[in-house]
Ligand binder design. Sequence first.
Ligand SMILES: Nc1ncnc2c1ncn2[C@@H]1O[C@H](COP(=O)(O)OP(=O)(O)OP(=O)(O)O)[C@@H](O)[C@H]1O
Length: 324
Amino acid sequence: MIEVKNLVKKYGTHLAVDHLDFQLEPGRIYGFLGPNGAGKSTTMNIMTGYLGATEGAVVIDGHDILREPEEAKKHIGYLPELPPLYMDMTVLEYLEFAAELKEIPKKEREASVQKVMDITKLNDVQFRLIKNLSKGYRQRVGLAQAILGFPDIIILDEPTVGLDPKQIIEIRELIRELAKEHTVILSSHILAEVREVCDYIMIISRGKLVASDTPENLEHLMAGQNSLEIETKAEPERVRKILRSISGVDKIELERTEEATTYARIETGTAVSGENQDIREAIFLAFAEAGCPLLMLKASKASLEEVFMELTQGEEATADAGDL
Ligand SMILES: Nc1ncnc2c1ncn2[C@@H]1O[C@H](COP(=O)(O)OP(=O)(O)OP(=O)(O)O)[C@@H](O)[C@H]1O
C-alpha cells in the first residue's frame, strides 16, 4: 500500500506538485494521466525516493521513503523517464550489477536475472553492449532492471514512449502480466494507453489531482452533460414547444439550417437514481404524435477524451509558463 500525504514540490517559485493526497491499494494498475509538465515525473521521482519533497510524505508499505529509504525502496521497482543505463556494459553485466545493487542474495542472482530476461525477452541480446541496442531494447533493459527481484510495487514513467507499435503492444501485455502479482503505477500523457491498460486513472493537472476513478466512472462523471441531437422539418418554435412537453429535457439550443430544417441540441437531466435519463423514446413519440417526422435523433455521450480535456483545460498553454 502506498500513501501519498499532502505532497508539495516547488522548483524555485514554481509549484510542480500541489498538495497531492491519495492512497494506492495493492494489485491494481494505476495510470497517472496528464499533459506534459503536469507533474507526473516529479511525483514519481518523489514516490521512489529519487527526489525530496518540499512538504508532505510518501509511505510505502508502512515505511516513510525519506526516513527509511532503504526499507521503503526494497518494495519498489522503478523505470524512470530516462533509465540510467550503463552504455558500456552488456545487458547481462548491467542486470547482474543491478541485482547486486538491489542486494539480491548472491546465490539467487543468476536465476533472478535469467527470469527477468525471459520475461522481457532479452535473452538474444544479453551479450550485446547497451549502447548498441535500439531504443525499444534499451527500454526493455530498463524495465528488466525495474522488475528485478520482483518488488511489490512497480513504477513506470512513460514506459512506452519512443517504442514502435509492436513493442508498445508487447510492453502493455507485459504490464498486464506483472499486475497479476504486483501493484503497477504508470504514467502517460496518452489517454488511449491509460484506458487500455489501467484499471484506475488518476488525472493530474498543474500538479493537482483533478480526478481519480475507474475509466468507466470517469465517463459517468460527465453523465450530467450527456446530450441528444435531433433534426426535424418543424419550425423552431414548434420544436421548442414539443420538447418542453417532455419530462427530462433540461436545456434546448435550436438552429435553423440552410436546408430549412431545425436542428436541436438537448441536454437531459439526471434521474433520481443518479443515472442519466434516456428520453429518446419519449422524444420520438412526442414528435410522431405532433405529426413532425424526425429526420435525425442521436445521443452523444461524453467520452473519456472530453472528460480529460475538460479537467485539464488550458494546461498546455500555462503549465510551463512558470519556467520562462
Ligand atoms: N529540475 C527542475 N527544475 C525546475 N523545474 C522543473 C524541474 N523538473 C521539472 N520542472 C517543472 O515542473 C513541472 C512538472 O514537471 P514534470 O516533469 O514532473 O511533469 P510531467 O507531467 O512528468 O511532464 P512530462 O510528461 O513532460 O515529463 C514542469 O513545469 C517542469 O518544467
